[in-house]
Design a protein around this ligand. Structure first.
Ligand SMILES: *[C@@H]1O[C@H](CO)[C@@H](O)[C@H](O)[C@H]1NC(C)=O
Ligand SMILES: *[C@@H]1O[C@H](CO)[C@@H](O)[C@H](O)[C@H]1NC(C)=O
Ligand SMILES: *[C@@H]1O[C@H](CO)[C@@H](O)[C@H](O)[C@H]1NC(C)=O
Ligand SMILES: *[C@@H]1O[C@H](CO)[C@@H](O)[C@H](O)[C@H]1NC(C)=O
Ligand SMILES: *[C@@H]1O[C@H](CO)[C@@H](O)[C@H](O)[C@H]1NC(C)=O
Ligand SMILES: *[C@@H]1O[C@H](CO)[C@@H](O)[C@H](O)[C@H]1NC(C)=O
Ligand SMILES: *[C@@H]1O[C@H](CO)[C@@H](O)[C@H](O)[C@H]1NC(C)=O
Length: 776
């Protein structure tokens, strides 16, 4: 424990050697009603921005601070760390002075792929990092993200998202890990454990917020839209990551989602927040609102008749802290002393403040010194962080097709007259994702694919054309926009040996207005068409029509429909997701064969605009319904298959891997003994000529269940490295039988009987070996 303090000299809450709950209880006893209400909210965006420099409006700050002073946040992404830290330290010092009891702020921030303002290491988006399927590497990356946040005094993050990517239209998919609950649970648990690691003083480094409880099936793929679904669906299809993260990593807070679930907005959904989240899932941390969500109860959902009514209903349902990005939060309306006199309200406020103070004590807010500029300089973008960033970026690219055309021979390019045409609206920007601090046009955030190519092969080898500026959906388009730009790109392609075309969707430029800046993704955006927005498909088709060998790179947090024509005519296809500041370098290294691709999809790519949900773990009865000859996979019969070929877990390499000698064994005690377990082993051989990495995946399904169970579910995965010709016997971590169950009306059930397991390199049938086992 830190600093030697004589407990007799100070109030118990100031004594760092006492446990957080004891300190919180002591402090609560000393607080006035106004002071308590102050802790229920904060100033989410303390600073504004003007041409990339932080601004501070004292009068608007004071107005909000008077009634909301629990946490404080940094504000816009356009500001830079070195400008912000001294300003934030000033505010924090001032807060300690001005608070009667010396209650410090806690600094709160979003942290999806690094700092939520400029100047940190710009890591790939969540979907990219998950596509690496490399948990140990992800853990190292999260430690780097944590240390950069700590260096900025951020002790509470609004991450990770444990939402399940079930709808390809949703504009926030890039912030999520993927469509599979086991995979999401593994990555999220690693995030929370790493962030909440304790320092030498015993303080939790950074408190985390798992979110958004509960979300994953918003109607129409719209972020704030309602959801349907009963308790079996919620517990089995959306909540498994919570069931994993809560007991194993104990996240200190949780954010309720915007969603209205089965008619009840989550901010007042007492059944899901108390009976399900607290009682069934065992969550003990603080429950906070999503930004403005309490207000929406009154203004949008109309389940409250006034701001005050909304605040009281949310409090009664179990919301304990309010996020409110601008102006007065609704909880601050409870400052009227009459509310303090109502014991039912006062005891809810007591519990909320207690939960909040415990986070502040546990993270050392009363005891840790403010961060220094020296440490910030030593931490942000240090060599190790940049090295980790390159490594995870290389592993996150997913190769979806290669007819043998790749890798490109560097020697051939250098020695010939030939050029590479780099084409497309995403070829010369950094498309970093919804919660990244990147201005896509600002070179300080990294090299675009075009610039990396120029640096690597020389400017004389690269010809570039943007091809189209029309990257917003244009459902009513007359067809002629950008014809000239497309014609120019065609000319550029014709003069080259090879075209690399970069298409996608993105976040736009944060220096211009929120809506009108070419955004298609993020909160508040959804794709009604799953093709490439705007004129991008026209551009691609025109380039393919030239006959010049073409490599397609997708750059987005979304999946797109790759139709048969595109699939067969492109020589190679990659999804680069939102790969961060090393997108360009990693793509170029991979195309030149210096890096062997090893990413795998964590989201199935639909075959057609209307062909979703597309996730691999559908129910058996979702795959039937055709007539005549159609038997098994006749979903959207006769054209499409329920098992979309670009499936969860799929991704190619420049080498080949052979799976052999798959075997399963069980360690079974007497019936009903919880220690029974299953082990699967398989020999993997690198049967090609180059070293590579393979993700060994294990799926399962009980053959007969009480309620319908998906056709298969992921239960283990591990990423291995193999030299050419090398073989390894891979033993997947023992799976306890009790992990193979599912909820039936809120009760965990484990079936005895025959189970099928499948081991292999993707969720596709042709990539798997089946092993049956009887579990008694
Ligand atoms: C709220 O907490 C204070 C301080 O611990 C306590 O004195 C008071 O009785 C509590 N009020 C209610 C209604 O529980
Ligand atoms: C500061 O905020 C107040 C509102 O509290 C506003 O009236 C004023 O215009 C702002 N000042 C500047 C310089 O933006
Ligand atoms: C805090 O209070 C002390 C004593 O009144 C004063 O000297 C100091 O400048 C104050 N610091 C801030 C940041 O307000
Ligand atoms: C990145 O990967 C390389 C190759 O595996 C390894 O040697 C290096 O140590 C890694 N860098 C960091 C910072 O972990
Ligand atoms: C499918 O391919 C055709 C021909 O290339 C193209 O015109 C069309 O836009 C494509 N559709 C989608 C959804 O990508
Ligand atoms: C791959 O493994 C199978 C057994 O599953 C074996 O019969 C075959 O010879 C192997 N092929 C190569 C190229 O190693
Ligand atoms: C399990 O599978 C075996 C072999 O197919 C079969 O004989 C047995 O009846 C099955 N048991 C149950 C409970 O379904």
């Amino acid at each position: 424990m830190a600093a030697a303090v004589n407990p007799r000299d100070v109030a118990p809450y100031l004594n760092p050697s006492l446990p957080p709950p004891e300190r919180a209880a002591d402090l609560l006893d000393r607080m006035t009603w106004e002071e308590k209400i102050g802790q229920l909210g904060g100033v989410r965006r303390a600073f504004g921005t003007s041409t990339g420099k932080p601004t501070f409006n004292r009068s608007s700050f004071e107005t909000v601070h008077a009634t909301q002073n629990g946490q404080v946040g940094y504000g816009p992404q356009a500001n830079w760390a070195h400008d912000l830290l001294p300003m934030m330290n000033g505010l924090r010092a001032e807060q300690l002075n001005s608070s009667r009891l010396g209650i410090p702020y806690i600094v709160i921030a979003d942290s999806v792929n690094g700092l939520w303002f400029s100047g940190g290491t710009l890591f790939p988006g969540t979907v990219s990092m998950a596509s690496s399927w490399n948990l140990p590497l992800y853990g190292d990356v999260v430690a780097a993200i944590r240390d950069e946040n700590l260096a900025m005094g951020v002790n509470w993050v609004l991450s990770p998202e444990v939402d399940i990517t079930r709808d390809p239209r949703n504009g926030r998919n890039g912030e999520m890990y993927g469509e599979d609950t086991y995979l999401v649970g593994e990555f999220a648990t690693r995030y929370v454990q790493t962030m909440q690691e304790k320092d030498d003083g015993g303080w939790v480094k950074i408190a985390t917020t798992i979110k958004h409880f509960v979300f994953g099936a918003g109607s129409g793929g719209v972020n704030r839209a309602s959801m349907e679904g009963g308790i079996n669906h919620i517990l089995n299809d959306l909540a498994p990551p919570y069931r994993k993260v809560i007991p194993e990593a104990q996240p200190m807070s949780l954010m309720a989602s915007y969603s209205t679930v089965d008619g009840v907005p989550m901010s007042i959904n007492k059944y899901l927040l108390q009976d399900v989240l607290r009682s069934i899932l065992g969550f003990e941390g603080l429950i906070m609102s999503d930004a403005n969500a309490i207000e929406y109860l009154f203004t949008e959902a109309k389940v409250a008749s006034s701001r005050e009514d909304a605040a009281l209903k949310a409090l009664a349902a179990g919301l304990e802290h309010e996020l409110h990005p601008g102006g007065h939060g609704l909880f601050s309306d409870l400052i009227d002393p009459a509310h303090g006199g109502d014991p039912s309200i006062a005891s809810l406020v007591n519990e909320s403040v207690r939960a909040f103070l415990e986070i502040k004590f546990a993270t050392g807010m009363f005891d840790r010194p403010l961060p220094t500029v020296e440490n910030m300089k030593a931490t942000l973008r240090n060599k190790r962080h940049l090295g980790l960033n390159r490594n995870i970026t290389r592993e996150s690219l997913v190769m979806l097709k290669n007819d043998g055309f790749l890798p490109i021979s560097r020697d051939q390019i250098s020695s010939s007259e030939g050029k590479i045409a780099v084409i497309g609206p995403y070829a010369d920007i950094i498309n970093a994702g919804n919660y990244a601090p990147a201005d896509p046009l600002d070179r300080r955030y990294g090299d675009s694919i075009r610039r990396s190519f120029e640096r690597e092969l020389g400017r004389d080898k690269i010809v570039y054309a943007k091809g189209t500026s029309t990257i917003l959906p244009n459902y009513d388009d007359d067809g002629s926009a950008d014809d000239e730009a497309i014609a120019e790109a065609v000319d550029v392609a014709k003069g080259a040996d090879l075209a690399v075309i970069v298409l996608g969707s993105g976040f736009g430029n944060f220096d211009t207005s929120f809506i009108n800046n070419d955004r298609t993704d993020t909160e508040g955006f959804a794709h009604a068409d799953l093709g490439f927005p705007g004129k991008q498909q026209h551009l691609l088709d025109a380039v393919l029509d030239t006959g010049v060998p073409t490599v397609l790179i997708m750059n987005s947090g979304q999946t797109f429909v790759i139709n048969d024509s595109t699939m067969s005519r492109c020589r190679a296809i990659f999804h680069a997701w939102l790969a961060g500041e090393f997108t360009g370098d990693a793509v170029v290294e991979t195309l030149l064969g210096q890096v062997n691709p090893s990413g795998k999809l964590t989201v199935t790519m639909p075959q057609h605009n209307g062909a979703f949900p597309a996730a691999y773990d559908f129910l058996p009865s979702d795959a039937v319904g055709g007539f005549g000859g159609a038997t098994l996979y006749d979903w959207h019969w006769p054209q499409l298959t329920r098992k979309a070929p670009l499936a969860f877990g799929f991704g190619l390499s420049y080498t080949t891997f052979n799976f052999s000698r798959a075997s399963i064994s069980t360690q079974q005690q007497r019936r009903g003994n919880d220690t029974s377990a299953v082990s699967v082993s398989v020999t993997v051989t690198n049967s090609g000529d180059v070293a590579g990495k393979e993700v060994v995946q294990l799926y399962y399904r009980p053959q007969h269940t009480i309620i319908e169970f998906p056709v298969m579910k992921l239960i283990r995965f591990v990423k291995i490295t193999l030299e050419p010709g090398e073989s390894k016997e891979v033993v997947l971590n023992t799976v306890p039988i009790k992990e193979l169950g599912y909820f039936v009306n809120g009760k965990w059930n484990v079936d005895r009987g025959n189970y099928s397991f499948w081991v292999g390199s993707s969720s596709r049938g042709e990539d798997l070996t089946c092993l049956d086992v009887y579990i008694f």
